[in-house]
Design a protein around this ligand. Structure first.
Ligand code: URA
Length: 267
C-alpha cells in the first residue's frame, strides 16, 4: 500500500510529479479545493483514504493505488491535465473536425500528442483571440457554466457612433431571442473615421465589453440589438488568462499557476 505518513518511498519519472504525494496536494490538484482548503477538509475529518478517515497533514497517497473520498465522494485524479492557450486567428472554426473540410482550430494545437484536448467554448470563425483547450472535462465545464460568472473580455469595432446610452442599455441587460442578457461591463475606447471593411457609416467605435455568459454569438447579437453591428471581434481575456504577446496562430501550455488561477475563478 502506498498510503503512509512517512517519507517518499518511491520515485516516479525524473521530471514529473512523484507519487506518493501529499494528500492535500492531491486534493488541490484534483480541483477539490485550494491547498489550505484541502487541509481544512482533512482536519475536519471529511477525507477518507481507502475507507479510513485521514486527518494527519503529512499523509501521502498514490493516485494510482489509493481511493480518496471527500464527504463520501470518490476523487479522481488521473493523468495531470493538459491546458493550452491558443491565440485563434481568423478563418478557423472552433471545432475539432468539420464535415465541410473547413480549417479547424484542431489544426493549430497538438492534438496528436494529447488526443483528449477539447476547446473550452467557441469563437466564431471570424473572431480572434483567447481560446483555451484542455483535457480536463470538469474544469472546462465549470468555466463555461453561467453559474460561475467567469468574465470574458472582448474588444470590438462596431459600426456607427456607439453612445453612452447604448452602453447603459447593455449594462442593464437586454432582451435577445434566447432571453435577457446578464449585465455587461462596457467601455467606449475610441471613435474612428475612415474606411473599415463592412461598415455602413463613416464613424466606427472601438469598445470593450466584458460578459459573464457565453451564449452563441452573444456579443454580436447584443451589439446588433442596439444598432451597432460588430465589424471585428477579438477576445483578449478569459477569466485570468490573457494573450500576453502570443501571436495569432500560436499556442502555449498554461503554467500551473495559471491553471490554479482558472480553478480559483470557478470556486
Ligand atoms: N460573441 C460573439 O458574438 N462571437 C464570438 O466569437 C464570441 C462571443
Amino acid at each position: 500500500m502506498a498510503f503512509d505518513a512517512g517519507s517518499d518511498s518511491r520515485q516516479a519519472s525524473k521530471s514529473e510529479a512523484i507519487y506518493p504525494m501529499r494528500l492535500q496536494k492531491f486534493l488541490a490538484r484534483a480541483g477539490v479545493a485550494s491547498r489550505r482548503g484541502s487541509e481544512n477538509l482533512m482536519t475536519a475529518g471529511r477525507v477518507r483514504v481507502n475507507g479510513e478517515v485521514v486527518t494527519e497533514l503529512g499523509s501521502k497517497v498514490d493516485p494510482n493505488v489509493d481511493v480518496v473520498e471527500v464527504d463520501g465522494q470518490v476523487i479522481r485524479y488521473g493523468n495531470p491535465g493538459v491546458y493550452i492557450l491558443l491565440n485563434k486567428p481568423e478563418g478557423y472554426v472552433s471545432t475539432m473536425s468539420d464535415p465541410h473540410a473547413r480549417l479547424t482550430v484542431a489544426q493549430l494545437v497538438p492534438t496528436s500528442e494529447h488526443p483528449g484536448l477539447f476547446p473550452v467554448g467557441r469563437l466564431d470563425m471570424d473572431t480572434t483571440g483567447v481560446l483555451l483547450f484542455m483535457t480536463d472535462g470538469e474544469l472546462g465545464h465549470l468555466l463555461l457554466s453561467p453559474r460561475h460568472k467567469v468574465e470574458k473580455r472582448y474588444e470590438a469595432i462596431v459600426d456607427g457612433r456607439f453612445t453612452d446610452a447604448d452602453r447603459r442599455l447593455l449594462e442593464g441587460g437586454i432582451e435577445l431571442d434566447d432571453g435577457m442578457t446578464l449585465p455587461a461591463k462596457v467601455t467606449i475606447d475610441a471613435y474612428r473615421n475612415g474606411y473599415v471593411e463592412g461598415a455602413t457609416q463613416s464613424t466606427t467605435t472601438a469598445i470593450t465589453c466584458i460578459l459573464t455568459e457565453g451564449r452563441k454569438r452573444q456579443v454580436k447579437r447584443m451589439l446588433s440589438a442596439v444598432g451597432h453591428p460588430v465589424l471585428k471581434l477579438h477576445r483578449s481575456q478569459f477569466g485570468p488568462i490573457g494573450l500576453d504577446g502570443l501571436a495569432p496562430g500560436e499556442y502555449r501550455e498554461l503554467t500551473s499557476d495559471e491553471v490554479d488561477a482558472l480553478r480559483a475563478s470557478v470556486k
